[in-house]
Design a protein around this ligand. Structure first.
Ligand code: SF4
Length: 328
């Protein structure tokens, strides 16, 4: 077995400290040895997360018309995907979703906004909505582009708990998926937000034509960042985007599982989330999946649908896990 043959180093908390070569070897684990790899990841999952699964729902607060050209995204300036476009979602819908998170005692309400730059006035409008939702005590996360320090402070003062800003891919592959901003800008933005005390949610997308080395390099960068949550999305090609016809044949359940195991081994204390693609690439394998990850979405991957709350809760309880109550 690959991982048992490695003479791994361990840190003071007895977590493995993998080198780049060892991490690559993990992604190359033969499928017949996957069970043993899952077992290693599972031990860390239980060590830090018990048998809890945190559930999030996502509201797309601003949709479409983005100035950026991210190749996977239906909202980008080069996407021809037929999606709903609006500057602000109805406040009623936003607050209803928030009440839903509150009512079901879900872990967090994630709020996505398309775009990379915002005016101070727009940030104040968002801050007003955040203040309103925080009256319920909901734990809130915003997926938002680059903020100025002033804007980030405005959101912090409004009560925003967490910000999602994904690395998406490796430093060296990034230019293949986006030309309108850089990987370095993303890292700098995350460091600025961490400096202001925000929790960070940062992960990536697998299946965009990158190599296994790229996946490893992205995860090693995330190990440096130590985000509170680390979402891994498995590409769901969207027609009308440059990756609409991407070959995702490498995204077997086994390979996707190896990526998640590696994320758990490299960043064991993070909430490792299986985000987009869960319902497609892990169908029928939910129990094994939840033995490695401790976080999933119940609905909405921005422009793609999700499983819905009842289905998600059933998936979790059928697999013998409990869902986490944070915002109660
Ligand atoms: S991922 Fe975000 S920044 Fe990139 S095109 Fe989509 S909405 Fe814009």
């Amino acid at each position: 077995m690959v991982i048992q043959m490695m003479k791994l180093n361990y840190d003071e908390e007895e977590n493995p400290v993998l080198s780049r070569e060892e991490a690559i070897a993990i992604l190359n684990t033969p499928d017949e040895e996957l069970e043993e790899l899952v077992e290693c990841a599972k031990q860390l999952r239980y060590k830090y997360k018990g048998n809890r699964v945190s559930i999030h729902i996502l509201t797309n607060a601003r949709s479409g018309n983005c100035s950026q050209d991210c190749a996977y995204c239906a909202q980008s300036c080069r996407s021809k995907a037929d999606i709903e476009k609006y500057k602000w979602v109805d406040e009623e819908k936003l607050y209803q979703d928030n009440d839903f998170v509150d009512e079901y005692h879900l872990s967090r309400h994630c709020i996505g906004l398309s775009g990379m730059k915002f005016t101070d006035e727009e940030i104040e409008e968002l801050a007003r909505r955040i203040r309103k939702m925080k009256e319920k005590g909901t734990h809130l996360c915003c997926s938002i582009g680059f903020l100025t320090e002033k804007q980030a402070k405005m959101l912090k003062e409004a009560g925003l708990d967490r910000i999602n800003h994904n690395l998406n891919s490796s430093r060296s592959y990034y230019h293949n998926i986006c030309s309108t901003h850089t990987f370095e800008q993303r890292v700098a933005n995350i460091h600025m937000l961490q400096g202001l005390g925000f929790e960070i949610c940062s992960g990536g997308i697998v299946g965009m034509g990158e190599s296994k080395e790229d996946v490893v390099d992205m995860l090693l960068e995330l190990r440096e960042i130590q985000p509170e949550a680390l979402p891994i999305n498995f590409l769901l090609p969207i027609k009308g985007t440059p990756l609409g016809d991407a070959d995702v044949s490498m995204l077997t359940t086994e390979y996707c599982m190896k990526v998640l195991c590696l994320a758990r081994l490299l960043v064991p204390k993070s909430d490792i989330r299986c985000a987009a693609g869960r319902e497609v690439y892990f169908k029928g394998e939910e129990k094994k999946l939840l033995s490695v990850v401790d976080s999933i979405f119940a609905s909405g991957y921005l422009t793609e649908g999700g499983q819905g709350i009842q289905g998600t809760i059933k998936t979790i309880t059928d697999a013998g896990f409990t869902y986490e109550i944070e915002s109660a």
